[in-house]
Ligand binder design. Sequence first.
Ligand SMILES: [Fe+2]
Length: 351
Amino acid sequence: MAILGIESVVYGVDDLETCTRFWDDFGLAPLSRDAHESIFEVATGSRIIVRPRANTGIEDWFDWPGVKLVTWGVDTPEALEALVRDLERDREVRRDEDGTAHAVGDDGMPFALRVWAKRTVVSQPDPVNAPGCIQRLNQHRKWRSRARPKTLNHIVFFSHDYVKSFEFYRDRLGFRLTDHSEGLGVFARADGTNEHHSIFWVNTALPVAPDAQGFMHLAFGLEDIDEVMLGANIMAERGWTNTSANSSGGLSRHRISSAIYYYMDNPGGGEAEYHCDTDYLDDNWVPRAWDWKFGALLWAHRTPSFFRTDHDGWDMRFDPEGKSLEPFRKAALSDLPAGLGQISAQDEHAL
Ligand SMILES: [Fe+2]
C-alpha cells in the first residue's frame, strides 16, 4: 500500500487565460482547454487543472487564488479502499463516481485520494565535469530548446499547527517525517516516492505568512540544472518574474533537500518552482531537526538578512523519533525560536 505522490491539483484562479499562458510558457504539456478549464500534465501523468475561482467545483477554503485541492495518487484499488475505511472511522469521506475519495485532515485542510497509474520517468542528465574529475571526455552536453517539467515534486501549504498537519498525514496516510525546520515547518514524504518531500507545511505564525491556512507553492522536478536555467531564462524573457526570489538569489540551492530551485510568481496563486537534484530518500533515512536559520538555503547573491549569522558548523541534529516537534504544537509567535518572529518579508524565500 502506497501513496505515489501528487496525482493532480486543482487551481482556483482569477484569470484563466493568463494562467493558461503561464503554464504554457512554464513548459507543461497541454491536455485540454476550453472556457471553463485548462488541463496540463507532466511526464509522470500528474495533472494541473486550472479553473476560475468562482467555478472550481471545490470549496474556496482560503481567500486567495491557488491550489484548492490536492489529490494524492494511490497505487492500487485495495490500498485506496484501506485508506478510506480508516478515514471513515472518524470523519466523512465523500466519493466521486470514479471512486475518488474526498476528506478533510485534522488541520481542516481538504484533500482527495484516487487510484493512479503513475508513469515511469527515465532521466539522463549529462555527467558533470570538474577539474581533476573528468566524467565527460570528448563529449558535449545535450542542448535543449524548452524546459519540460517531469514530475510534480511537492506542494506547500501554510498551517496554523504544522505538527497536527503532519501527524495526520503520518498516522492516517502513511507519510514519513523527513526533516523539521524548528518553528518554521515540517517536511514529509509520501511512502511510495523517494523525493525528499512530497508536502511541506509552513507555520502561519511567521510574520511573512498569511494569517490564514492556504496554498503557498507547487514544485516541479526537472532533469538537471541546465533545464532549470533554461526554464528560468525563458520565463524571465516572457515577463514571469519573482521579486521575492530576487531577494533570495533567484537560482539557488536549498540546504534542506539539497535541491536547486528557481521560484516564479504564479498568476494562479502563490509560486511555481523549478526544482532539480533533490535528495532522494527511502525508509533508511533518519529524520533531522534543523536550526531554522541554517536549514533554508545555501547560496544566494543577495543573502537574506537573517541568514547573515555565524554558524560554527552544520547546525542540525538527527531526530529519528520526531521529538523535536513536541514544543511546536500550535506554535504561537511567542513560542518561536529567537529571531524567527522578526524575519522580514524580503526573507520569505529563504524559508
Ligand atoms: Fe519548494
